[in-house]
Design a protein around this ligand. Structure first.
Ligand SMILES: Cc1cc2nc3c(=O)[nH]c(=O)nc-3n(C[C@H](O)[C@H](O)[C@H](O)COP(=O)(O)OP(=O)(O)OC[C@H]3O[C@@H](n4cnc5c(N)ncnc54)[C@H](O)[C@@H]3O)c2cc1C
Length: 457
């Protein structure tokens, strides 16, 4: 990109422009998934809405491809592009909690940790995901499932309004009162409709939780999954437990004899009154005692960052997902087969509950459609070593292909790689046509297309 063109852009910014000539470029172009290796022409680090508008207007006038980066966690790497411009919101981390209305306004560069650190001080939490370094922007615009989902819904169910810069540079608010069609679309439709600069969330009354993992030996995996499929949906909604196959990390707090061992487990989070936790856990206690347990009372923010160290940025990362309503015996047999073949120490399969509060909302009320699912399944191959890419990818694809027939047919948009239009359509089912209509209205030229793209044509 000619220097005088970039100078024109820089002159309009409070933030900075990073180019291949900048010393920060190699770090700035990296996203969470180490498998992604893209080289944009420039990265604009925005510090405020004016910067975002300048960057959007510039990219439109110069006809540049644009990628939007929040936390950079997107598995397919949509937070960065080859050539073109990355609009990087990571410096925009303002959070304002209003304790009189129990609402939290957060700028789009916040991670989950930024958001809930601020909310926790007021005894509030916004339901987000399970790793605190994930960006709230990509997460919320696709869904946002995690420890508080059964009780309070997904991140997008707690979204009250959002400010956006549209493809034509206009700044608008989306809520049930203002631009309600846009508000409908951004609750599940991802970054297709505009660039969100800030979110207004409902804060949920969560401070301390009783939480942590329980692990069982693989010889009990069949019995555990059979118990889990029946028992977990019947537990009180304050009690959330995601199922996992995993290899035990080789370090404390795990006992040495379990290190690197393949096990099955459930990570629990109880967000009700602590003196009722024991009662809520009674059905769990009545099941077979775990081989290892690390549960206890802790701040929600501590739970949210419990697994951060296991999954730092930079690992090779390949995932596939699907929504699931039932786990028949035949599916369990496939799970057991692939769990025994976990290809690397960090590869895993998780079943995240999406029942409870999520299922009480009509599937046409937001773009997010799978209100009839009980779990969002993700199969993820992870390893620090680039030489193992093929190994983790092959295992993930085979595992997914074996389980796909037992799914509802589509995946959580935030657990997809670049898998093509049919998979995107399967994500939205009968909400897809309305999303196309709204895309035509707000982004008719598909300016925002580095995403799980809903095409206007
Ligand atoms: C380790 C890890 C754990 C995860 N755990 C969970 C979990 O528990 N629950 C869950 O629901 N998901 C989880 N995810 C998935 C996560 O929701 C997605 O990866 C999501 O895309 C991350 O958002 P981000 O802002 O970090 O991504 P980025 O890569 O920065 O952005 C991804 C895409 O989101 C869109 N986008 C980002 N910011 C904006 C914006 N301001 N305006 C408009 N569009 C924007 C763009 O299309 C962009 O390409 C996890 C991911 C990882 C890697």
């Amino acid at each position: 990109m000619p220097e005088e063109v970039l100078t024109k852009l820089s002159a309009n910014l409070r933030g900075s422009v990073i180019t291949p000539a900048s010393s920060e470029y190699e770090v700035a172009r990296k996203v969470y998934n180490g498998m992604i290796d893209r080289r944009p022409d420039a990265i604009v680090r925005c510090v405020n809405v004016a910067d975002v508008r300048a960057a959007v207007n510039f990219a439109r006038q110069e006809r540049l491809t644009v990628a939007i980066r929040g936390g950079g966690h997107n598995g397919a790497g949509f937070g960065v592009c080859d050539h073109g411009l990355v609009i990087d919101l990571s410096p925009m981390k303002g959070v304002r909690v209003d304790p009189t209305t129990n609402t939290v306004r957060a700028e789009a560069g916040c991670t989950q940790a930024d958001l809930n650190h601020a909310a926790h001080s007021f005894g509030l939490a916004v339901p987000v995901g399970i790793i605190s370094t994930t960006g709230i922007a990509g997460l919320t615009l696709g869904g946002g499932t995690g420890y508080l989902t059964r009780k309070y819904g997904m991140a997008l169910d707690n979204l009250l309004e959002a400010d956006l810069v549209l493809a034509d540079g206009r700044f608008v608010t989306a809520s049930t009162k203002e631009n309600p069609d846009l508000f409908w679309a951004i609750r599940g439709g991802g970054g297709n409709f505009g660039l969100v600069t800030s979110f207004l969330f409902r804060g949920c009354p969560v401070g301390q939780v009783f939480a942590g993992p329980m692990l069982w030996e693989m010889e009990h995996a069949r019995e555990l999954l059979q118990w889990y499929r029946e028992a977990a949906p019947a537990l009180p909604e304050e009690l959330y437990g995601f199922f996992a196959f995993l290899k035990v990390p080789p370090g404390p707090p795990f006992p040495e004899e379990l290190h690197r061992k393949t096990m099955c487990g459930i990570v629990w989070a109880y967000c009700g009154p602590l003196d009722k936790a024991e009662e809520a856990f009674r059905p769990v206690r009545n099941f077979r005692a775990p081989k290892f347990e690390l549960t206890g009372s802790m701040p929600y923010t501590a739970l949210q960052s419990m697994f951060d160290a296991i999954y730092p940025p930079g690992d090779q990362w390949y995932w596939r997902g699907d929504f699931v309503a039932q786990i028949p015996d035949a599916a369990i047999e496939e799970h057991l087969k692939f769990a025994e073949q976990l290809p690397t120490l960090k590869s895993t399969m998780h079943l995240y509950p999406v029942d409870g509060a999520v299922s009480r909302i009509d599937r046409h009320e937001t773009a997010f459609n799978y209100r009839d699912a009980k779990w969002s399944m993700v199969i993820v191959g992870v390893d620090p070593e680039p030489a193992n890419v093929e190994k983790i990818t092959t295992w993930t694809k085979r595992y997914w292909a074996a389980l796909h027939p037992y799914s509802l047919g589509g995946a959580y948009v935030n657990f997809m790689m670049d898998e093509g239009l049919d998979r995107i359509k399967a994500t939205y089912r009968d909400n897809y046509d309305r999303l196309v209509e709204i895309k035509r209205k707000y982004d008719p030229h598909n300016f925002f297309h580095v995403n799980q793209n809903i095409r206007p044509d």
